[in-house]
Design a protein around this ligand. Sequence first.
Ligand code: GLA
Length: 392
Amino acid sequence: MTADKSGSDPAALLIRCFGPGTQPSSVSVPGRVNLIGEHVDYHGLPVLPMAIQRRVRIAFRPRDDRRIRAVSPPYGEREFEWMKRLEPSASGDWENYIKAAAQAVGMRWSPARGIDAAVVSDLPPAAGLSSSSAVLTGFTLALLQANGVRASFEELMEVLPEGEYFVGTRGGAMDHAAVLGSRSGCALLVHFTPLSACPVPIPKDWAFLVAHSLTTAEKSGEVRAEYNARRTAGSRALERLGFPSYAAVITGSTFDRLKTLAAERLEGAELRSFLHVAGEALRTAEGVAALRSSDASKFGRVLNESHDSLRDLLRVSSPALDALVEASREAGAIGARLTGAGFGGCAIVFCYSSDRQRLAAELVERYYSRHGGFDAGTHLIAAEPSAGALYQ
Ligand code: GLA
């Protein structure tokens, strides 16, 4: 959501905006990058994201009334009364994320106290790194803490994805699971039915770059309709084929068998979405096996295949993302693909640790030097597998 390059201190910002008072409390919520399992979480299929070191930090003080005041440079100050039912603000306004958190907390618990809060972030916004889910999660944790509630991972996972619907995207629950439940040094294998989150250690000699395409994908804007359309097409395909779930689709089947079956009964966007989702589910299982056995070339291959499927079948890539992925592969990445919802934002680039610096330099030459507006600190991140908000 917010971009703050100065690494400024949210507590100092809180005092500057809302005055001195008791020592502020704080929460810190990382962004996440998805390694494999793209556009499948909303169909209940497993995903493999990891939290990264870039994060949203919130300093806050509980209030004695039910008002919520929040400030975030450069988005400004917002203030509202915390009612049980809240009306959304204008589409795209950052206040919606605070209201989504307030609504999520208010639906399940009986909070009495609002907060004054200040937010800073070093996550690039609208880049597929879950900056908005980090803000939503951060405010949820701050409001709960201010009201003396300690919620479990499972309880939070019940309210957070619902909260996101308030902002308008019918997304899945991957982002919240990753930013809450990730462990340092690990990717997080998340299953949704039933919910489980299992850390899988990342080999020490594996490394990732998060490379920004220099184009953004504002989730609350146009991308929202495109994203929701992919979800609907995938669900319709499932209904048409008469399967109860995608998990049932892939159990005991192969991609070739599913392709034959789908081609007989589906067409257009429904056919393409179905093939992407089924293929990505099989790739995720392969990716997890590759990670567990430290098989870098297999892991790189599934990343590459995932991008090709997102580009050709689900059609959520963009010319900029395709060029960036291509440049990464030419520069010697073991695998590269768009990450997150797509339509702009970032690619995840996989290499050996010993090669990361060289690869980053080559990407600057092959991609960034040909595009305006590149800022190394914002657009090319050496992503480290980090702990989620519940494990810091
Ligand atoms: C967005 C959503 C996630 C997930 C990804 C695509 O980031 O918030 O739930 O659907 O897109 O994998």
